[in-house]
Ligand binder design. Sequence first.
Ligand code: B3K
Ligand code: ZN
Length: 883
Amino acid sequence: PKEIFLKDYKMPDYYFDTVDLKFSLGEEKTIVSSKITVVPRVEGSSSPLVLNGSDLKLVSIKVNNKELKEEDYKLDARHLTLSSQPSGTFTLEIVTDIYPQKNTSLEGLYKSSGNFCTQCEAEGFRKITFYQDRPDIMAKYTCYIEADKSLYPVLLSNGNLINHGDLEGGKHYALWEDPFKKPCYLFALVAGQLESRDDTFKTRSGRQVALRIWTPAQDLPKTAHAMYSLKAAMKWDEDVFGLEYDLDLFNIVAVPDFNMGAMENKSLNLFNSKLVLASPETASDGDYAAILGVIGHEYFHNWTGNRVTCRDWFQLSLKEGLTVFRDQEFSSDMGSRTVKRIADVSKLRNYQFPQDSGPMAHPVRPHSYIKMDNFYTVTVYEKGAEVVRMYKTLLGSQGFRKGMDLYFKRHDEQAVTCEDFFAAMRDANDTDFANFLQWYSQAGTPLVKVTSSYNAEAHTYSLKFSQEVPPTPGQPTKEPMFIPVAVGLLDSSGKDMALSTVHRDGKLLSLASNNQPVYSTVLRVTKKEEEFVFSDILEKPIPSLLRGYSAPIRLQSDLSESDLFFLLAHDSDEFNRWEAGQLLARNLMLGLVSDFQQNKPLVLNPKFVHGLRSILCDSSLDKEFIAKAITMPGEGEIMDMMKVADPDAVHAVRTFIRKQLASELKAELLSTVEKNRSSEEYVYDHPNMARRALKNISLAYLASLEDPEITELVLQEYKTATNMTDQFAALAAIAQKPGKARDDALDDFYSKWQHDFLVVNKWFALQAMSDIPSNVENVKKLLNHPAFDMRNPNKVYSLIGGFCGSPVNFHAKDGSGYKFLGEIVVQLDKLNPQVASRMVSAFSRWRRYDETRQNLAKAQLEMIMSTNGLSENVFEIASKSLA
Ligand code: B3K
Ligand code: ZN
C-alpha cells in the first residue's frame, strides 16, 4: 500500500469543465457513459492524463470523437493513463460497465433494499467511472438516468430536473442539471421505489424552495421531525450566517445500508435511515437530537464544503471541523447551550483524547494517509470544531462573522486550504494570531499547568501557565501553541469579580470594554511559560479557569478540593460548574481505583455525596444539566488518565460509586422519578427532554440496587412507558443485572419491535454493550440471530461496535473479547473494508494495558496483518497500531 503525503500536493495538469454522465441502470450491470470537456491548465501542455478507476470494466474511450486504440492508453487495476493529448481543450468520452448489485463496500454505486444509491466521498467516484477523483477538479455536471419504470419509479440526481419521460420497453428517463461547479465526491444518484414528504421553505430573499424527504412509503410518517429539522436549519443559517440556500429544490433520501451517518451531496443529501426516521414510539430523545444535529450538519455543508470545498483531502477539517462547529451552535441555539457544550466536551475527552495519545494520533490536518476513509476521525471533526470555536472565542461573534463573510467572498466555488480560512479570519479582523496555525499541524493534546498566587498587599493575583504538547507518531518534539484561556475570578460570596487590568510580560492590558469592567476575560497563552497578573483584586479569589472549555487541552491547576466544591456550587459559568463536579469525580475515581488495586476497602467521600445531593435537589437548575452533573465520567476517560489502563478496577469502582450513591440518595432519586413522570403526549422540546433525562438517570441509579421494590418500580416504568425514550431507559435499567427479569424484558421488547429494524438495532446494542460477565458468549449467539446481517453497517455497529464499548468484556483477561473481534474483522473486511477498519480500531490502544492483555491483543493484530487480501483500510490501522 502506498502512503500519500500533503507535501507532495501538485496542481492538476488538466481541469474538467463540464461533465455529462449517462447511466443505464440494469439488473445485471449498469452502463456508465461520461463526456468530459478537458482543459489543460497550461496551454500546450502534453503531460499524460491520469484517471482513477477501480472495479470498472472499460468498454470504450474516445478523444474528440475518435475511438482510442489499445496502444493509445494504459490500463492497470487503479488507473487509466492517456499518454498524449490533443493540444488545447478536448472532449473525452468513456464508457464503462459496473456491477452495483455485487458492491458490498457501499462505496460508489450500490444497491440498498432494492434501490440504487451512491456514496462518493472520499474516493468512491472512481468506482463509477474513470475520472480525476480529487476535490480540486470542479466541474458542472448533467446526469441522464434511464431505468425500468416499475422497479425504479423515482430517478434523482444533483441540481434541477430539466427533463423526464417514458422510453420503450417499460423504461423511463430523467435528466438532471446542476448549475454549480462541484468536485465529484458531491455527485449523487438515487433510483428506486420511494415516496416523499413534501414541504417548502421561503428564503429570506423570497425564493420558494421545494423540500422533499424520500423513504419507502411505509416510513413517511416518521419523517416529520427530519423535515422540521431541515427547515429550522435553513432558517438558522440565514439568521446567524446570512447564508441562503441556492437552488429551488432540496432532496433528502433515507437508506438503510449506509457506512456513515449521512452525506452532503449537492442538493441530494443521502442519509442513514437511523438519522431521518423518528416517531415518539420508536425513537429516543437522543435519536431526535442526533437527527436535528445531522440534518443541520449536512445542510450547512451546502456552503461550508460544497460552495467552498477542499483543495485536497488533507484539508478535510476545513469543511468538517467548520461544519461540526456550525451544527453544534445550531443545536445549542435550539436547546440548552450548556448541556450541548457538556455533551461535546465529553465526546472529545472520551474519544478524541485517547486517539490523540495513541498510535493513530494525527493533526487536525494530517500529513499523510494510506486510505483517506480512515481519516474521518474525531480529531478532524471534533478537535477541528474546537479549533474553529477558538477563532470565535478570540474574535467574538461579530469578528467571527466578519471572517466567515470574507471567506465566502474570497472563495466561492473554489477548492481551498486551511490557510485560506485562517487568512480570512485574520484579514477581516486585522488581528495577530501568532502561532495559531500550529493547531492544524501538531498532533497531541496540549497539557497546560497553571498555578496561582495572591498578593494581599499589592492586591494582585497571578496565574502562571506552562504548556507542553506530548510527542506523537512522527512528531517527537513540539512547539508551544496559542491557547485562549477564558477566565473569571470568584469572590468569597461566589460572585464574579470585576476585572479591569492584567499584566502580561510586564505589559499592561486593559480589560475594560467601554470603560466598564468585565467579569470574564480570554487570556492568550502563547509561550511555553507565561504569567498573567491581575491588579485591583481586593480579596483572594477562586479562579474559574478555561470557562466554557475555551481550548481543547488538558488543564492541571492547583485548585483544592474545597475550591472545586465552591465552584460546583457557585460558578456563574455553568459549564465550569459541571467541570468542577467532574474534576472531583475523576479524582475520586482515580483514588478509589488505586485502593481497589491494593485490595483496600472502598469508601465514598461523604462530601461528594453531599455535593451531588445539593445538585440533585436544586430546583433552580436546568434538569438536563442536573442529569449531566450527576453522571460519572466514563470508564474510557478514567482509563485514559492511568499509566496502565485497568478496565476491571475502573469498572468495579464506577459500579461501586453508582451503587453507593444510589443507596445514599435513594429517597431523593425516588422522588425525582415520581416528580418527573408525565402522562402527557410525547413532546420533543427542551423542558420535556430534560425532565425525561433526569427521571431516567435517576432510575438507572436506583436499578443498581439489589432491592425488590426497585425491581418492581423499574418493571412498572417499562410497562407503562408511552414513548421509546422512557421504554428503552427502563429496559436498560432492568438489563443491568442478569436474571429472569432481564431475559423476559429483552424477549418482550424484541417481540414488540421485531418489525422495526432501527429499534431492533437498539436491542442488539443494549445487549452487546452489557457489562454482565462473559457477555461475549451472548454476543456470539446474537451473530446468528435472524435479524442480524453482517452486510448492514448499522447492525455491525450495534452488535460488534457495541461489544467493544464494554471495557470489561472486550478487554476480558482471557482474551475472549480480542479473539472474537479479530475473527470478525477478517470476515468483515471481505465485505466492507470501511466498516472493518472502524472495528479494528478498537485494538489500536492495546499498549495501554497490562502485559497479558498486550500479548493477547497483539496476537490478534498480527493474525489480521497476516490475512491474505487484506484491504488498505484495515492494513493502515492494524499496521500503525503495531508500529
Ligand atoms: N462528508 C461525509 C462523510 C464522508 C465519509 C467518507 N468515508 C459526512 C459528513 O461529515 O457530513
Ligand atoms: Zn460533514
